[in-house]
Design a protein around this ligand. Structure first.
Ligand SMILES: CC(=O)N[C@H](C=O)[C@@H](O)[C@H](O)[C@H](O)CO
Ligand SMILES: CC(=O)C(=O)O
Length: 320
């Protein structure tokens, strides 16, 4: 059985992988990034090397170094550091799982292999089981993101009986809008203490109603504070305030989605809001355009997500 820490709950920021202007990983700002999440956003859990972290665009050695830096800099500051170790090659995935255990991460997560794909639940379970077994002391999370992997096996089906196959299974990161599937994952596993982490930030409130125990997302890097206010309102059963917070967050996400929103844009927004240079994305992604950044900045300001002082302080912090 995995050594069980307290369940992963609340907001989990899907970390960006900072890069230099030349496109190399930039470990030097990660310490600052940890402090920013904890102090400015109230976010104390992170999900490293996932979609937002361009994990699948990094080499194995880069993934190891990035993971190690987050664990080191997060020590005594963060509650939990979950490392995404999914890869197309089972061997690489196992190597990363083992490494995550060695460096003292709090959990590992895996997406479905997405080139030669599992055809059914049994294929997928068999793959996940082999990865989990490489880190037998670490909580294991399945990262369901069918729109990106193309693997559409329903999470509810996968979860049925999964603990018998994968004893370290501890939860699901659900990045899909199918709330029937998500709700049934929760409903059918009420007796188990799984973490149900929702991954569509603009719809989190609906997922809370459906039983989400936490959330992993890219926007918690810079909208963590706002989203925490929504969670607090929900906790005290002030649903009309919670809805106001969700709508406010939606106005921003809806606006940027229309402009074209992805990891490149997340990097640019985070640079702007935090003042910490995230650098460009790696090919095949291209930098966000100047036009996008200007529009996003104006929207952040009009929604009160970014003040002139924030910007100034952020910039001062990085130059010091
Ligand atoms: C596809 C993708 O990257 N999804 C992220 C996490 O799973 C989310 O955090 C989104 O970035 C966010 O919900 C905005 O659409
Ligand atoms: C959003 C998320 O969870 C990821 O970047 O992997």
């Amino acid at each position: 059985m995995a050594s069980r820490k307290k369940n992963l709950q609340g907001l989990v920021a899907a970390t960006i992988t900072p890069m230099t202007e030349h496109g190399e990983i930039n470990l030097s700002v990660i310490g600052q990034y940890v402090d920013y999440l904890v102090e400015k956003q109230g976010v104390k859990n992170i999900f490293v090397n996932g979609t937002t972290g361009e994990g699948l665009s990094l080499s194995i050695s880069e993934r190891r170094r990035v993971a190690e830096e987050w664990v080191t800099k997060g020590r005594n500051k963060l509650d939990q550091v979950v490392i995404h170790v999914g890869a197309l090659s089972l061997k690489e995935s196992q190597e990363l799982a083992k490494h995550a255990a060695e460096i003292g991460a709090d959990g590992i997560a895996v997406i479905a292999p997405f080139f030669l794909k599992p055809q059914n639940k049994d294929d997928l379970t068999a793959f996940l089981k082999e990865v989990a077994a490489a880190a037998p002391a670490l909580p294991f999370y399945y990262y369901h993101i069918p729109a990106l992997t193309g693997v559409k096996i329903r999470a509810e089906e996968l979860l049925d009986g999964i603990q018998e196959k994968i004893p370290t299974f501890q939860g699901l990161k659900f990045s899909d809008t199918d709330l029937l599937d998500f709700g049934q994952c929760v409903d059918q596993n009420r007796q188990r203490q799984f973490a149900f982490l929702f991954g569509v930030d603009e719809q989190l409130l609906s997922a809370l109603v459906m039983g989400a125990t936490g959330a992993v997302g890219s926007t918690y890097n810079y909208l963590g504070k706002k989203t925490n206010q929504m969670l607090e309102a929900y906790e005290r059963k002030d649903f009309s305030s919670a809805l106001n917070y969700q709508f406010c967050i939606q106005r921003f996400i809806n606006f940027v989605i229309k402009l074209g929103f992805g990891v490149s844009q997340t990097k640019a927004i985070m640079t702007l809001v935090s003042g910490i240079p995230m650098g460009p994305p790696r090919l095949p992604l291209q930098r966000a355009s100047k036009e996008f950044i200007d529009n996003a900045e104006a929207k952040l300001k009009s929604l009160g997500f970014l003040s002139f002082t924030d910007l100034k302080n952020g910039n001062l912090e990085t130059s010091s």
